[in-house]
Design a protein around this ligand. Structure first.
Ligand SMILES: [Zn+2]
Ligand SMILES: [Zn+2]
Length: 264
């Protein structure tokens, strides 16, 4: 009696699994018929296997993500232009993060995609996530990272936008052990950084804007800050300073794009 009851249950569960498989197959086909795959950037139709972008958009994007860069500041530089791992621009600067990895330069199609992503086109997360993962894999700190810390938005700005783009990027990162931590917070609303011209004004604007929560677990940990764009680096630098003050052993930075240069 007991055995046959158990067998019945197994049969029922197998049938359900098959049914579920069948339904998802039909729905998948229907989905493709009603909403054929399109390039998330230019909306041209593509095949399911094209990874969300058409060939032209991939080529444009990859042109913005090629080349060597300085691992201290993220600027384009030939590997022969580095002295002690840093470019001439970084020499003598106080940079609180230990290394940076970037997907590309804030220009052309990468710039357009990041801007669109910030303005609500969150479906671009798959492509931008792919780029962020490539940058992470190409960095020297992927194995040591224990926490991904998205650069926080002030709660009032997140309320208006509805999401923090840095958290979306962090959630797309593939890592066997590192976890996302939101224990770094923005305690003061700052002016939008791109609206201001001078690097000194940017540094003043973010001074004292960040803090760690009391229960943070950053002491002796290796942390990777995550953000969409690095402009002068004032925001990342201030975040890294606060994390180091909280006892972090290392602070790395991962961004989609570094601004202030042109590919042309
Ligand atoms: Zn396209
Ligand atoms: Zn540099």
């Amino acid at each position: 009696m007991f055995v046959s009851g158990g067998a019945e249950r197994i049969i029922v569960s197998v049938d359900r699994a098959k049914l579920k498989q069948g339904v998802s197959f039909v729905l998948g086909g229907l989905n493709q018929l009603l909403w054929p795959a399109v390039c998330v950037n230019c909306r041209r139709s593509i095949s399911e296997t094209d990874n969300n972008l058409c060939e032209d958009c991939w080529n444009e994007l990859l042109a913005c993500t090629a080349g060597d860069y300085c691992r201290r500041c993220g600027r384009d530089v030939s590997r022969f232009g580095l002295l002690d791992g840093a470019c001439p621009d970084c020499q003598g600067r106080q940079i609180h993060f230990d290394q940076i990895a970037r997907a590309g330069i804030y220009d052309k199609s990468l710039r357009e995609m990041i801007l669109a992503f910030k303005k609500g086109r969150t479906e671009l997360d798959s492509v931008l996530g792919f780029l962020a993962n490539s940058a992470l894999q190409g960095s020297g700190f992927v194995n040591g990272t224990e926490f991904f810390v998205p650069v926080p938005l002030h709660w009032s700005r997140r309320l208006v936008r509805g999401y923090n783009q840095a958290i979306i990027i962090a959630k797309k990162l593939k890592h066997p052990s590192a976890k996302i931590s939101t224990e770094l917070v923005r305690i003061r609303r700052t002016k939008s950084q791109p609206a201001m011209a001078s690097p000194a004004a940017r540094v003043r604007n973010v001074a004292g804007a960040f803090a760690v929560r009391r229960q943070h677990q950053f002491a002796d940990r290796k942390i990777c800050l995550v953000d969409d764009i690095k402009t002068t680096g004032a925001t990342l630098n201030e975040c890294a300073r606060v994390l180091k003050q909280a006892g972090a052993a290392k602070v790395f930075a991962l961004v989609l794009a570094v601004a202030g240069q042109s590919t042309s």
